[in-house]
Design a protein around this ligand. Structure first.
Ligand SMILES: [Zn+2]
Ligand SMILES: [Zn+2]
Length: 280
């Protein structure tokens, strides 16, 4: 099997390679220094990741391939209306899927039941490469079902889905990584894609910051929608979510049970009352 085919046919190997690459960079140039229990923290996030990967592999990969084939043979979807060459359609598919993820992410912060699921991603008190795939399996299930519906609507091929995931995974691992980049470099990066300093603001405990920077690959969506936000001194950002700091909330069982607790936004008056201060 040629080298390039191996990576295309094994998205899991792609994810592992990205994880190891950014883990090594975080070790070399850490943003938050002297982190304790780094391996235990990553092990728990990886356990959730493996559950989600199994869910997608066992339930959704075959369903998405079937749906893409069905949509294609029936000429369904927005992309079929364009007479663009294959590369143009791929680029358009990439942008449309990224805009969709932006919208879905915003909705996840607003609809109470979706926020209960999505907040598992936000209760992480130590954002690093392992946080990139820390999601509740029920959230992955719902977003995968919606993606199934998106395939015929947009006319996505299985290749488009693979292309998006193979770009989104390393970009997401990158902007979650505990990597110290010079501000100048971060600024150049975030002109096009979501940078670490941009996504750190999204993991802030202050709700006004949590509800900003929803983009996944391209930073343009936050700029267009007016949800782009930065901290002058990102090292002052406190990661996590008020009301979810107990040690038992960070175990694998604790994370899986997090959606069943009362919503932090309803139950934590401290979060509501806290006035925004940029600490900058
Ligand atoms: Zn979020
Ligand atoms: Zn995140």
């Amino acid at each position: 099997m040629p080298f390039s085919d191996f990576w295309i046919e094994n998205p899991a190997a792609w994810g592992v390679a990205g994880f190891l690459f950014f883990w090594a960079l975080e070790t070399w140039l850490p943003f938050v220094q002297d982190r304790r229990e780094r391996v235990v923290h990553a092990g728990r996030n990886v356990a959730l990741t493996l559950m989600n990967a199994a869910l997608i592999a066992l339930v959704f990969v075959a369903a998405m391939a079937w749906m893409a084939g069905w949509a294609d043979s029936n000429g369904m979807g927005l992309l079929h209306a364009f007479g663009a060459p294959a590369w143009g359609k791929s680029l358009l598919a990439l942008l449309l899927m990224d805009a969709w993820i932006y919208g879905w992410h915003r909705v996840s912060h607003v609809v109470p039941i979706l926020w209960r699921l999505h907040r598992v991603h936000h209760t992480d008190p130590a954002v690093d490469v392992s946080s990139a795939t820390r999601f509740h399996s029920a959230e992955i299930f719902i977003s995968s079902v919606l993606r199934l519906a998106l395939i015929p609507l947009l006319g996505l091929s299985f290749g488009h889905l693979l292309l998006y995931d193979m770009l989104q995974l390393p970009v997401t691992q990158f902007h979650h990584s505990n990597l110290r980049l010079p501000e100048k470099v971060d600024r150049i990066v975030r002109a096009l894609i979501v940078s670490p300093n941009m996504h750190r603001v999204h993991h802030s405990r202050l709700q006004v910051e949590t509800d900003s920077n929803f983009s996944s690959i391209f930073s343009v969506w936050d700029r267009l929608a007016g949800t782009f936000r930065l901290r002058t001194h990102p090292e002052t950002i406190e990661f996590g979510l008020d009301g979810f700091d107990a040690a038992e909330r960070q175990t694998v069982w604790g994370m899986l049970g997090t959606p069943f607790l009362a919503s932090s936004r309803e139950s934590s008056p401290a979060q509501k009352k806290r006035k925004f201060s940029p600490l900058a």
